[in-house]
Design a protein around this ligand. Structure first.
Ligand code: ATP
Ligand code: MG
Length: 279
């Protein structure tokens, strides 16, 4: 199955999130089969990331957005965080600080984009500035509605500079979210995650859905596509995102640089050392 084709939002496409399945099992017979597939994809990602790091010519940005408890953390832990930390950094974007609010909304974001050879993972992103900001009426419509275009230009600029961009939305059902909130409540190890704010956002589910739909329609571009991932099954979420990242890295086709040293000379140096050691 081609997960990129399956889940990519075409530029201008008017998605109806409500009618998109959250429980897909895709081509997987069961959880075990999906986990095996994920493990295989993670190995490919690691291999390709290593090449991209050494090549030092292009970079990858993965943007994650989702309702609370949809599994951004789990996805990072199990898939994206499996990359070599030397070449990969994760940035969580929380409520902006006073200083951040003193700048334009992309200021704090731009600093975290990946330089050549590197991967950046955004746990939330500049899209909060057309999502929570819109739903909670933090800035007027006249301000947030102009941001779609600003975002598209920003992302096109990154793409021109050699950054490949993937934007991933984890699509869970409200029923599954409530189930996960309960599991957090039932498990003392997860009590630190409890947050009444999660219930506030949940009560505005329809408004968030509308905001997400407009963001996908206006900002899924060839340079920076959105992917909507059915995420009620954690194993499908991991397997499909791992496949999309592996396919994308593979299409970036990173090449190991040719050695700029004379291999015959290095071999002679080594043999001379070996001979010295043996006498
Ligand atoms: P978890 O899944 O562990 O709860 P989280 O990403 O939800 O992780 P939190 O600290 O719970 O992390 O929440 C961060 C909050 O910051 C979110 O409610 C998000 O909407 C909010 N936020 C992020 N960016 C902005 C922004 N630009 N303006 C206003 N709020 C923002
Ligand atoms: Mg939260």
């Amino acid at each position: 199955m081609n997960f990129v084709k399956e889940h990519r939002v075409k530029p201008g496409e008017k998605l109806k999130l409500k009618s998109l399945d959250t429980k897909t099992k895709g081509p997987f017979e069961d959880k075990e089969a999906a986990k095996q597939h994920t493990a295989k994809m993670v190995r490919q990602i690691q291999d390709l990331q290593y090449k991209m790091f050494v090549e030092d010519k292009q970079s990858l940005l993965v943007v994650l957005q989702a309702p609370d408890a949809a599994g951004k953390d789990g996805l990072i832990r199990k898939v994206l965080g499996q990359m070599n930390p030397q070449g990969c950094r994760t940035y969580p974007f929380k409520v902006p600080s006073k200083k951040e609010l003193g700048h334009d909304f992309l200021w704090r974001i731009h600093k975290c984009t990946p330089e050549k050879g590197m991967v950046s993972i955004f746990n939330r992103s500049h899209y909060e500035d057309v999502l929570v900001v819109r739903v909670e009426d933090i800035v007027p419509k006249s301000v947030w509605s102009k941001r779609f275009e600003v975002i598209n230009h920003f992302e096109q600029g990154l793409a021109l500079a050699g950054t490949t961009i993937l934007k991933i939305y984890l699509h869970i059902s409200p029923e599954e979210q409530l189930e996960r909130f309960k599991k957090r409540y039932d498990n003392p190890e997860k009590h630190w995650k409890l947050n009444p704010g999660d219930y506030t956002a949940r009560s505005k589910w329809d408004a968030y859905r509308e905001a997400y739909q407009e963001a996908f329609e206006r900002c899924s571009t060839d340079a920076a596509p959105w992917f909507v991932i059915p995420a009620d099954h954690k194993w499908y979420r991991d397997a499909s995102v791992a496949s999309i990242v592996a396919q994308t890295l593979s299409e970036m086709n990173p090449q190991m640089p040719k050695p700029d040293v004379d291999l015959a000379e290095i071999k002679a140096l080594y043999e001379a050392e070996l001979a010295k050691q043996q006498t």
